[in-house]
Write a protein that binds this ligand. Structure first.
Ligand code: ADP
Length: 317
């Protein structure tokens, strides 16, 4: 079957302990937490029992060690994480505003996260990968893009599958090629994992129904739409959509929910789960993760998610 691999930013996240506007004055912070969308995805994928690996880089510092130790402890393959001798591990600072939106200050472009390339370890990993998961956030890093382009070709040529989470971040800079690459990834994906706005952007049309119709008519076989506190739905050609209501949980920290959702969904589908079972685990993984502070602190093992599902009511509808 081969492992599920992803490519991209491995960061620490440091977060404000209170809600407020931006970072223009000193405030209390908590962290560092292991983070980076592709790293969160990989951690949740591994924790639920999927074979998972990440291609990326950290600095030769404690922030890097924190991430590598965490991923390894949770069962991910860390053989293709390079340790950069010169540049530090990337970081992200996050603060939540009263209206529920987030403010990020990213330090990625000048970090190890944006400086890795193809290596023997990457070659070895990609040669055995069964599935490649690409995240839009990683497309802000030219080095990651070069690795992704090559990995997509190799994995697809070998008959492996591709999933795409079109999570472009407004705070990150993307080059002129990004739109084209974004569209190509959408068109090639065997599984698309957008949230609301990303769905319309991926389809290039406004309106949820129109966007889903367009994507299905393009031949995308499976679309898992993340709907936040309303749960999630999966659309496949020629079948009724399948909706799973969200689990009713107090939202302490929304960061990482979508990545945990994706990690659990991809792992379950690759392990042979039905869409409904994968969707239930994915919603549980997303919901469990928002109940604690830190972008991957609530990622769950299968046993933890089973216990969570058994103990938690649904928010409806
Ligand atoms: P993203 O982080 O990509 O914006 P979402 O916020 O939609 O993605 O979260 C992904 C999934 O996690 C949702 O589909 C849902 O199942 C679960 N989830 C997220 N936020 C909550 C919440 N407040 N309560 C319950 N479940 C949630």
């Amino acid at each position: 079957l081969g492992p599920t691999i992803t490519v991209g930013e491995i960061l620490v996240e440091i977060m404000a302990t209170s809600v407020g506007e931006g970072f223009r004055q000193p405030i209390d912070l908590v962290g560092p937490f292991a983070s980076g969308a592709p790293a969160i995805f990989t951690d949740q994928c591994a924790r639920i029992g999927g074979s998972a690996a990440i291609v990326g880089a950290v600095g030769a510092d404690d922030f890097g060690r924190l991430n590598v130790d965490r991923l390894a402890r949770d069962g991910a393959d860390v053989s293709a994480i390079a340790v950069d001798p010169t540049y530090p591990t990337g970081s992200a600072f996050v603060r939540y505003r009263a209206d529920g939106t987030r403010d990020f200050v990213y330090n990625i472009a000048t970090s190890a996260a944006a400086r890795f390339g193809w290596s023997e370890a990457v070659e070895t990993l990609v040669a055995k990968a069964g599935h490649l998961h690409v995240m839009g956030s990683a497309l802000s890093m030219p080095s990651a893009v070069a690795v992704i382009d090559r990995a997509v070709r190799i994995v697809k040529e070998r008959g492996g599958s591709l999933s795409f989470d079109p999570n472009l971040r407004k705070e990150l800079k993307y080059d002129d090629d990004t739109e084209r690459r974004f569209s190509e990834l959408v068109a090639m994906a065997d599984l698309l994992l957008p949230s609301g706005e990303e769905l319309e952007r991926a389809a290039g049309v406004a309106g949820r129904e129109a966007a889903i119709d367009r994507l299905l008519s393009m031949g995308i076989p499976e679309i898992a739409l993340k709907e936040g506190a309303r749960g999630a739905s999966v659309f496949t050609p020629g079948a009724e959509p399948l909706h799973v209501a969200a689990f009713a949980v107090p939202e302490v920290d929304p960061t990482g929910a979508g990545d945990c959702f994706g990690g659990a969904y991809v792992a379950c589908r690759r392990l042979g789960s039905s869409i409904e079972e994968a969707l239930t685990y994915a919603c549980a993984a997303g919901a469990r993760n928002v109940t604690v502070r830190g972008p991957m602190e609530g990622a769950g093992t299968r046993a933890e998610l089973d216990a969570f599902i058994a103990a938690t009511g649904r928010a409806g509808p």
